[in-house]
Design a protein around this ligand. Sequence first.
Ligand SMILES: Cc1ncc(C[n+]2csc(CCOP(=O)(O)OP(=O)(O)O)c2C)c(N)n1
Length: 1182
Amino acid sequence: MGTWTAHFIQRILDARRRNGAGNAKTLPSVTQTGANPGTRGESKETEHGEAMHRRELGTNPTPKTLQSVGRMAAMRNQSGQHYEAVLLAQEAFLGSRKAFGEQAPHTLDALSNLGSVWKAQGEHEEAEKCFRGAFKLRHDKLGPNHPDTLTSLNNLASALDSLGRAAEAGRLYQECLERRCNTLGSSHPDTLTSAGNMALYLRTHGQPAKARELFEQVLVGRRKIFGVRHMDTIISMNNCASVAMDNAEECRRKCDPREETRQQHKAEALLKEAVVAGSNYLGTRHPVTLRAMNNLAGLHKDRGQLDKAKLMYEKAVAGLRAAQGDKHLDTLTCINNLGGVLRSLGEVDDAEECYKEASIGIVEKLGDLHPTSLSTLYNWALTLDELGDSASALPLYLHELDHGPFTGECGSKGSRGRSKRFVFGFRFIQTKKANHRAGLSSHATHAMAEAKMLTIEDLIFGPSKERKSEEKTRKRDELVISCLRSLAMDAVQQANSGHPGTPMAMAPVAYSLWARVLNYDPECPHWMNRDRFVLSMGHASMLLYGLLHVAGVKEVTQDGLLTGKMAVALEDIKSFRQFGSKCPGHPEVGETGVEMTTGPLGQGVATSVGMAIASKWLASNFNKPDLPLFGFDVFALAGDGCMQEGVSGEAASLAGHLKLNNLCWIWDNNQITIEGNTAWAISEDIATRFVAYGWNVLRVGDANDVEALTRAFLSFRREQDRPTLIVVDSHIAWGAPTMQDSFHAHGTPLGEKEVAATKHIYNWPDEKFLVPEEVVGHFRQQMLERGGAKRQHWEQMLATYRVQYPQEGALLQAMLDGQLPQDWDRFCQAFPADAKGLATRQSSSACLNSVAKGLPWLIGGSADLASSCLTTLTKEADFLPPASRWGHFGGRNLHFGIREHAMGSIMNGLALCKLRPFGSTFLVFSDYMRPPIRMAALMEVPSVFVFTHDSIGVGEDGPTHQPVEQLCSLRSIPGLFVFRPCDANECLEMWKAVVPMKDPVAVVLSRQALPTLDREKFASASGLHRGGYVLADSEGMPNLILMATGSEVHLMLQAHEVLAGRGIKVRSVSMPCMELFKTQPQDYIDSVLPRACRARVSLEAGRSDSWGALIGLDGEHVGMISFGASGPGKRVQEEYGFTVDAVVMAAARVMRGTPQEMSSRAQSLLSWKKRRLSSYHRLPSL
Ligand SMILES: Cc1ncc(C[n+]2csc(CCOP(=O)(O)OP(=O)(O)O)c2C)c(N)n1
């Protein structure tokens, strides 16, 4: 069986298992689907037919039976029952395959049919697979010019086009057209179909003139062959009419009314003809006829012929109701259009009916925050208002004001190529908002004053008893929110420092998320599949501490043991920001419930992307169809600061690209930062930026609206292939009588008086640190009911998993426990001695790949330098969304793009979710990712930062690419281990040392080849595990010690030979990791660097700063003082003093007790500025 077929069948089986359809008998019952309002009279007949065919399918399928099942699929498809259609088409395909073989014509027909139903369902990847499969098989069997092959080619092109692979699609359409033209002639019906497809493609891809020409040719051809009463001719009429309408629009823009009218007439004539022919020949329910009616109605409306438009829309609605059902989106959209015409005609009652029906239907289908819903609801509001029912109109207006800012309709709608949605700028939104407010009728304002507020739920779903009884719940919600707000005020006041404003503003947001949405068990906060909550604006830490306390989250030790105590007790909150408190100024990971350390703005959101990737990766690698162990969502709360930091943009761009639909950022849009109003520093439209990144952007206009917030979170949960940004408009220090909306409330205690006044406004007792039991109970219960239950279910699943999949279960357990798989290093092999050697980036690459084989959760990538840094895992797939067709979510090679900063943060996110991440770039660009490297060290997560091109040895690229200060600068980060191995075997030992470490490391590698040392002659590379070791020595106590790392070790050994030849008792020390060396017992340190020997020279193609402690005052460093220069690597190294002579001279100086003075080094730095190439060893002071 071909691989595509195997893969494909697996997908079908998986889908069927997911849908609970294990075999033909378990297809969804037709009676059930018949109950669907979308199905009408045909259901009984269909039911009977399907049942019969399924019976035959099981026993003795004939081509006829299978074809009929295929036809049933097509019928279901047409009536909008896509899910059933897919199942039937799958059935037909599998049945044919089994009965007649993979390449049989019936099987291939069934496969194409399946492609079509997938396509209709919007599953373009699946459709593409089917069409490609059918094309390949037909191509091989029937040849490239066979009509069936070309039909498949055409289908494939259309699927590719839907996947956004336009160039490929265009090529295939063209090929298909040419082949048909050559083999069948230009007037053959198939050739005309191809030409029609090509024209459609050209029209949607910006070549309207060519498209028009082709469409017209096709229409002429079809009229000739088929006459007027044929579906294809009518389709052509529709297409030509659409082009004419495009032209009319163009003329309107160019202010050419005469031509505009001419084009409109042309379109009208064509559409009338299409409607008449369609109605007579295809029937009034046929989609082609309905499309013509809809277009004609739109045209009438545009031309102000409202009566005609009304008539046509009514016909179209009737047809759509009959053909697709009342609840089909096309029907509802058409009803909405009819509403528009009725309203323009002054038939407001009828218009209101239309809008009401359309609104309810569309909201049910798309949710109340979808742009289409919002515009329909707004139309409804207008008619209600006009009818004087302002009380009903008001909530709809407000809903539009609050949630409808980001998308709008451009131009007119319909199939005239102008239905593209586009995004309005924020400034526009503000204006729109103001206009709408001004536009509220006096009735509505009056109703608002009366506060007789209906909710939007009342209008959509009707007043419900259930919701009325929620009044009590709402009161309790308010209590929890007030409690969180008051705790923040009290703690900041008591500490006399901290940030009260944002916790006060964001309390309802965090509460609705935690209480109603987050899958999080307060009893077991380290449960692996919990949803992650990242407080990216770390300064608002009191919000997190409040949540942890009031939700009653339990403490977990660093070893993962539950202590039974509270994670954050009231006493801890009382000692907020005090030395040793569990509630430090900014949240620090390691304290229970803190998912990551935050404070540097932007890091939290960027790291959350890594967490979301981890969730996808875990799901893809461990989940089984019946045991979906992983799939947690990641929520990050961000402030204006986070959104302004560049790293959030990098990370968001990647998240959008990766289609991480499990990621939700919530932006506290309070327009306040430390200096004052955000408008002083930023004017771009952030929300629109996110839309451009490919995010789903929602807005909640009031941070206190718990219901709207909850709906927004649920809307995030429904999103299929985009991350979600929820913009929440808020007021810093909400409720504080003098401090609300003031930047002073950002980071200053409010003052006792203000705190008391604010509590009064909250209706909260003026008592410090008050947490009533009722409040805890209400919050905790909601979390336990959802998160607690899910966690328990998860643990059962895990237990079953371990039994059913013992091997994967054991690996998973090791990962969860922070252990390594057994014999993880079994693929690592030593390198033979070799004078020519390998660049350490090459030997490291080999080691990385060996390690990856034994450590399945090692995952990483590069900031577009994988081919230079050599960090690709060669046998592994790419981590990309399946829709991209380039990879999948189980892949282990990440493509970070040129986003070093985000790469570092994302790596940390992966590490926080127990994966082992690596990421690579050139050493000089480590500066671009210093913040996350520092964060990794601070959080003690084992991210592996791989840096190649480690010195002036880079050569020709010049000083911009030659790191000089980076080694020392990285070494100055506490807790970071910087490795710079000297050859292939040190590389190997380095990876063996690095993998078991729990701390972050920087791995620094050469671009140029370095000899692989003969370890018979020199000490074993296993000395690396002590950070530094004696590589070459002389008899007895040395009177000179040389030390070096990486490429300079080889220079050191050459100098060693010269010096030893002169009778000097010299010792050469390889120092691949200074930090590790410094943690060795003092005895060992003294044995490598005896105190008695103070004549020491260190060699490293970098600044001297980190060597001071090792060489002491009497030693000297042969290294870089200035930046490097462009030129061949060897030449540059010589020019900058990396020669045996220079080392020998330095040795002579330190042995004389006269190391080079500091002032002479400074001289050379100044001279660099004047003469870029003045070499270190030729300076006069030497
Ligand atoms: C990278 C970084 N730069 C600067 C700061 C200092 N800082 C802390 S909060 C803040 C203002 C943040 O404003 P916003 O995110 O709107 O928070 P809000 O004022 O709403 O609390 C700044 C500049 C920081 N923590 N991190």
